[in-house]
Design a protein around this ligand. Structure first.
Ligand code: UD1
Length: 419
């Protein structure tokens, strides 16, 4: 099993070209099933979740191959309706294929997806929304079979009890091929939803209102292929900025999605880092010590502070002057990284959904195991700021979402090796 060995305590300095967004590329790859032609997707990050999605596409009868960061997907022969449980378990986003297969073929057989363990991650909203679109859904011991009796969904109006990202995406994927109009109220407003809708519009779909709380979709009988570039990864961007903030130094993040990163940037700015953002570049300068963030950092659906950036910012604030308080409202159990940070000298106390982070003078290196994707990235962040050597094991979690993280960190002058 591979590990990352990091020698911390050095200032970082350099540039990073931001990778394409994992959380956009995955539903867009699922959406490529709907067009039945060739799609060329630029900006697909070279990460294991993307390769899992490509295995699912190929198993359904599509052809997906990569030329660097470009995926060429031909879904002309994608008549398959079933995803084997082993592929479903590889990642949470495998569930996104349910709406796409249903939209394409009128029937989908899947099972409970895998992915990061962040507390219970039910799919009840996905299933009840597909039922509203006219699907019969049967669940049996973790196996789920959805069928549209007439082969197509029926447009409908629905209001989600919570703006779930995955449920919103599944509904869109099924509704773009349904008969008539579908309205989703209380839809998720994440930028990756807009990217998915942008891709679908490029394929000829009629979708409006994405980025707001109500999305209106007029179903089409056919879509067509297209060429599309996936948006940059705002969470990978938040991660690399947090690393430089924590270790001190200066960096330029290129290919950044500034507007989409605003909820994170406004909080990071309160740590005393100076930032300048313009035309897809974010320049960050971090002096010797960060300041704690005075207001409680509450994770919320977009445009709130992103839950996916909670762990990496916490790692940076572990060495700040003063006490910061986080409140995780999106996932029930998203503090699994704190034990590793404590092992590195952090003072963090978690009480239910809150985490109180008392900044310490200096973190120290330790051997820790990545617990999940963003938690693992938080450990790399802390290790870069810490005095001494850290060893991070179980890095398959990190490889699910970060493209060659050691190259990106080395580009900032960080001492990191994969062994
Ligand atoms: C997506 C992102 C993930 C991010 C999360 C929140 C992808 C691949 N993953 O995950 O990185 O952290 O959005 O921004 O895009 N819930 C239910 N029932 C459901 C669906 C969700 O109770 O049917 C709950 C979940 O358990 C969780 C909350 O709603 O507590 C948010 O989940 P959701 O927005 O669906 O996140 P994901 O789509 O899983």
């Amino acid at each position: 099993m591979q590990k990352l060995v990091i020698e911390g305590g050095r200032r970082l300095c350099g540039e990073i070209e931001l990778q394409g967004s994992k959380n956009s590329a995955l539903p867009i790859m699922a959406a490529s099933l709907l067009c039945g032609e060739e799609c060329v997707l630029h900006g697909c990050p070279a990460i294991t979740d993307i390769y899992s999605a490509s295995r699912i596409l190929n198993c359904l009868g599509a052809q997906c191959r990569f030329l660097g960061n470009t995926a060429v997907i031909n879904s002309a022969g994608a008549e398959g309706t079933e995803i084997p449980a082993a592929l479903m378990r590889e990642m949470r986003s495998s569930i996104m294929f349910m709406g796409a297969i249903l939209g394409r073929n009128g029937c989908a057989a899947v099972s409970i997806p895998g992915g990061c363990e962040l507390g219970p991650r039910p799919i009840d909203m996905h299933l009840s929304a597909l039922r509203k679109l006219g699907a019969s859904v049967t669940e049996d011991g973790g196996n789920i079979v959805c069928r549209l009796p007439s082969g197509r969904g029926k447009g409908t109006r629905m209001t989600l009890p919570f703006p779930s990202v995955g449920a919103t995406e599944n509904i869109i994927l099924c509704a773009v091929m349904a008969e008539g109009e579908t309205v989703i109220n209380n839809a998720a407003r994440e930028p990756e939803i807009c990217d998915l809708c942008g891709f679908l519009r490029a394929c000829g779909a009629s979708v409006e209102g994405d980025g707001g709380s109500s999305i209106v979709i007029s179903g089409k009988k056919r879509l067509h292929g297209c060429e599309y570039t996936v948006m940059p990864d705002r969470i990978a961007g938040a991660t690399y900025l947090s690393m430089t903030a924590a270790a001190g130094g200066e960096m330029i993040l290129k290919n950044a999605c500034i507007r989409e990163m605003e909820p994170f940037l406004t909080v990071l700015e309160q740590t005393g880092c100076s930032m300048y953002a313009s035309e897809g570049r974010i320049c960050l300068h971090s002096g010797s010590r960060l300041r704690a963030v005075r207001d409680r950092i509450r994770t919320m659906p977009h445009p709130g502070f992103p839950t996916d950036a909670q762990a990496v910012l916490m790692a940076a604030l572990a060495g700040a002057d003063g006490t910061s308080v986080f409140e995780e409202t999106v996932f029930e159990c998203r503090y699994r990284h704190t034990d590793a940070l404590i092992k590195m000298g952090a003072e963090i106390e978690t009480v239910g959904r809150a985490a109180v982070v008392r900044g310490v003078k200096k973190l120290h290196g330790a051997e820790v195991a990545a617990t999940d994707l963003r938690g693992g990235a938080a450990m790399v962040t802390a290790a870069l700021a810490a005095e001494g050597i850290s060893v991070i094991t179980d890095i398959m979690h990190i490889d699910r979402g970060y493209e060659r993280i050691e190259d990106a960190v080395a580009g900032l002058g960080g001492r990191i090796r994969r062994v």
